[in-house]
Design a protein around this ligand. Sequence first.
Ligand SMILES: [Zn+2]
Length: 695
Amino acid sequence: MHEEFPTDSPAVVTCGLPYANGDLHVGHLRTYVSGDAYSRALDRLGQSVAFVCGSDMHGTPIAVNAAEADIDPETFALEYHEQYERTFPKFNVEFDNYGHTHDETNTEMTRSFVRSWIDGDHVFEKEIEVAWDAETDQPLPDRFVEGTCPYCGERARGDECDDGCQRHLEPGEIEDPVSTITGNPAEYRTRPHKFLRLSDFQTYLQGFIERLEGTDNAKHQPREWIEGELQDLCITRDMDWGIDYPGEGQEDLVLYVWVDAPIEYVSSTKQYSDRVGKAEYDWDAVWGDHSGPESTVPEGGEIVHIIGHDIIQHHTVFWPAMLRGAGFNEPRAVMACGFVNLAGEAFSTSRNRAVWADDYVESGLDPDLYRYHIVTGSEFTADVNFSWDGLQERVNSELVGTLGNFLYRSLLFAERNYGGTPDADTSEEVETRIEAATEAFREAVNDYRVRGLGRVPVELAKFGNEYIQRHEPWKLTDDEPERAAQVIRDCVQLSKAIAVLMEPVLPGKAERLWTQLGEDGSVADADLDEALSSPPATFGEPDELFERIEDDRVEELNTQLEERVAAAESDTGSEEDGSEDSPELKPIADDRIGFETFQDLDLRVGEILRADPIDGADNLVKLEVDIGVETRRIVAGIKGLYDLETLPGTRIVVVANLEKSELFGVESNGMLLAAGEEADLLTTHGDAKPGTKIK
Ligand SMILES: [Zn+2]
């Protein structure tokens, strides 16, 4: 249906807006790194493209948190907005424009969208039941209310069922509503609100979903919603913070955050176009002239949205209807990526179980290493795991062992023996191989496979290593100088092709390689065809592009993370939000044991007398435990989980007949019982004395 990239029309790549409500962690960055890589890849193909985004400044979570911090929501959100603007370039994420939803461009753009819907008779007013806090006498929009999802029965917060079916929830839908302000059960009261009549767009959306490209999840998931009865979208909220509803007589209402947030895609493109001039990039040519009759989709460019898979419905149902109702062009593709887990578990900001963007920056590791790890760690639509160990493994084996190794040995050999590129032609074999790699790259772009963009250059380097090994040029320089020159010529050509192909995912490293090759200008201006054009005849001695990450570095980073989690645990005493964070419970063991086997365990009630840290051991504590018949020394891995001073006097359960062991030079005589990762200590319910046997 759509022409392949590159097309003659301009393209825009957008990323789901970060919500200006907290620090970014490496999980959040997946979307932005992927968007950046994809837009760079389009550019390599020769596609005219802008990469835009902005901060999402409105909505109830910001209003709630700003109120708690006792500052106005604008100041609160702007602080995060500015922080994001500083953070993205540190990961080589370079937007052509980065605005925010509260700026003048977006406020005006949003109001003009809504006026178009009103003029087109797509907006109506309806009295609805809204949740209300009787104590504070105020309405409870979105995140001000919690309750049960009417669709799946999971606990839901306001307008999203994030822990369950991930549906958008309309005001009044949530069951058993509770106010997040006072914790009281909420009442429902009747209020007039404005709605966008989505059913007006049902036929249109059914056609749209057939045309839509992108990842399979984004193309298929919306079908159920679009084919069923479309629920009209309430576009106003009872709040002060937001963009005022532009129609008559409803000055006390603001627009729902999901109205003005996606419109920022258009506003941010316009800001870029205004800055560079329409001759260089014309936002109208992308989003359509939005003045034509509604019966046809206006002519426009290639709109590609890159988002997390939790907001597919917003981008494939609400957003195209919103664009359509205002006479704008429709998205060409929606690419929805999976989440990021941290060492196998979900990130938990409440438990500080996160690698924050700043942690990564402070680690001193190159941003391209993170980019590579996150882009190639799994298929784009699947969840990906981030861990320092995982990063180390991928960097050391693929970037150092394969990519860096090939580039360094090739360029060093070339420089030492020829002072640069040898005077010879590339072989047909290598030329064919480079052509195949550029074709694979082109296909990855057209199939919306971001992972492929990272795989292609590494696969080419793998071939290069094998090629060098097969021809052993170091054996040829004396006897067969012409063949040696040709082999090295091939290797330098492969290196240049790799520089062009790796630029989207590894832009900083590609730039350095480009300079090492003696090329002028920036690799970011090179087209894919440059992969086969001759490298400069002379270049200097190369240095190694990638460095190994050593074990002790990883250990340090892991310890830093563990200590932070432990500190957060002891601050709060327990997990704040167990439902979100606890790993899946393991199934009960298959094998049954006899009662006699159980009786082999000598379990006793103990009382902690002293608790001291052990020098050099990050997690271990030395306990003196009274078990009635004697006092035992037991070493336990609970440091950081408990305040040691509070432990004496605590009743615990001890395995008294466990073999002795030695940990960090301290003998441990017995073991205490505790539940889970957080070592919740087992205790007795009544007043069983120390030494009492447990049976
Ligand atoms: Zn649900």
